[in-house]
Design a protein. Structure first.
Length: 238
């Protein structure tokens, strides 16, 4: 179950409530991660919110049981020479690569888990997959991390993991066929949200999908930074 999907009629990515208001309770939509049709599930407060569900048997990587299937895909070819360059770059830029993955993770990626993801990637031979560009490393390593990134605020408990587009034939299609494969990392967050009036009571359970563009920028700038700018500006006399 996810909160957002692609409109098959061309209105882009919209949330579940938008689909309900636009097309009614029987709206259907397209999953942005796997491309399959999704069905709308209308809210039954207080325990559910309006969301989308995949049809049974779906292998979409946004579904937790299928999220690591991507790692089992074969490469179209291997290139050990490029693999060596990638590993040398990784070792020489260990901390900057960690910092980018760390910031994408919502500052939740532990150093030990980052190291374990690197060793796992090496054991899987991923660095040798044909033509791997080094700027994909923080994104791949986040997907390899098996544990979920846990966050708790007064009203929300979140457990998140990261996935890439599903339905590929070869793992390296991600970077070798950028016109066919979404250059996106999705953060899938399973959320339990408690009402402001009753933070101890039963919470609403839902899944939130956040799209993060794969780029070669040295830093990841999180979307909440805009609010931080606005908050800080008056303190700086600006
Ligand atoms: Zn899907």
């Amino acid at each position: 179950m996810t909160n957002r999907a692609r409109d098959p009629h061309g209105a882009g990515i919209q949330n579940a409530e938008w689909f309900r208001l636009t097309y009614g309770n029987n709206a259907s939509a397209q999953c942005e991660v796997c491309g399959d049709e999704l069905v709308l599930r209308v809210a039954h407060p207080p325990h559910t919110v309006t969301h989308f569900a995949h049809k049974s048997g779906s292998q979409c990587s946004s579904i937790e049981s299928a999220r690591r299937h991507f790692l089992d895909l074969p490469p179209s070819a291997k290139d050990p020479q490029n693999g060596r360059r990638v590993r040398e770059h990784l070792l020489a830029n260990l901390y900057p690569i960690y910092l980018k993955a760390f910031s994408i993770s919502g500052r939740k990626l532990a150093w030990g888990d980052f190291q374990r993801a690197i060793i796992d990637a090496q054991q899987r031979g991923l660095f040798d997959y044909a033509g791997l560009p080094v700027h994909y490393l923080p994104y791949l390593l986040l997907c390899i991390c098996p544990q979920k990134f846990h966050d708790k605020t007064t009203y929300d408990t979140r457990d998140a993991y990261f996935v890439l587009q599903s339905g590929l034939k070869h793992f390296d299609d991600l970077w070798n066929k950028p016109d066919q494969v979404a250059q996106t990392l999705w953060k899938v967050s399973h959320i339990e949200r408690h009402a402001t009036r009753d933070p101890q009571g039963p919470g609403e359970l839902f899944t939130e999908l956040e799209a993060i563009a794969i780029d070669d920028a040295p830093f990841y700038i999180p979307p909440w930074l805009d609010k931080a700018h606005a908050k800080l500006a008056p303190h700086l006399g600006l």
